[in-house]
Design a protein around this ligand. Sequence first.
Ligand code: COI
Length: 361
Amino acid sequence: MAFALNTYPVTYRSKFSDGKWSGEYLEKPHKTPEEEAAMNDNERKALESSRNCYDDMPLVNYTSQYGLACFEGLKAFPQKNDSLAIFRPDRNAVRFARSMEGLQMPPFPQELFVNACIETVKRNAALGFLTRYKNEWEKDSFMTADSIYIRPFTISEGGIGVNLSSEPYVMVINTPVSSYFSSCSSDAVVTDRIRATPNGTGWIKACSNYVISALAKSEALSAGYMECVFLDATHRSYIEEGSSCNIFFYLKSGELATPELSDTILPGITRESIICLARDKGLKVSERKISIDEALEETRECFVSGTAAGATPICSLTYHGKKAQFNGGKTGELTSDIRDTIKGIQYGKLPDTKGWMVTIA
Ligand code: COI
């Protein structure tokens, strides 16, 4: 199971109209988990696609026509005591509201966001669908562990003119997920494409930002890399982020550096959490400009971060044919430590001293 759509039956839908949000939980077609497990591929595909259809929603809208939408990604993690716990939903709630405001939509209230995340997971768990904790995940520090991906997103009301959305829908779906990067390579390449420009929408988790990312990532994959890295639009020399994740460089000086937030960088919740954990470990962490030359010459270890990516090592970076290999091409000690710490907290193996996990009974 990687990152593929297999929506669990219970979803949430809210619509803004007459100045207020009205939400409902929808139970899409399903059988029992056992009956679904016994289905053949065609039967499963038909059921999954019926769960992804909402025939009472407008097809022609500002999202389908012009990409006007934003989304979030967060996860619920199976815990040893058979409960589930969501990582920092309050932070995603804040970012979602900011994204909606950035796109000039009425922001979705943070409390409704957190409730909808908790409640969809709770209801899908009650139907018996969600993955439970497996002791064997501990053997590789949860590298191959599963979790439940929660995807809140907006869709606009119907419309065809180039317009803003004043009466959007907010949907929340749950789908299973394991590791995001499936390629065996952990090499990255700098792309010539530009993800975000100053005064643009790069800081918003806007769907349209992911079009360039998908093109650049597909080119990187075709060239044998796992990931692409974007440079800034103005100078074409400062590191920005990966295709759908932030990026960190552990430098030879002992400093852990990540590009500073600006209007072209996505403010990642995993990024923010890693900065906090690394500072707790006594590391000097800087949010600042990192030139591609510095990254190529001074890096000891490199990793990308995100809800889907976790903390994934990058073992080399290639720029205009010049390849810098980090830590002899192997995952470095700091990268493993950060990855194990964050996964340990998320799967309940390490104490949650920051109060980041929201347990679902
Ligand atoms: C996430 O890390 O959850 C993201 O939102 C990136 C996504 C495009 C896979």
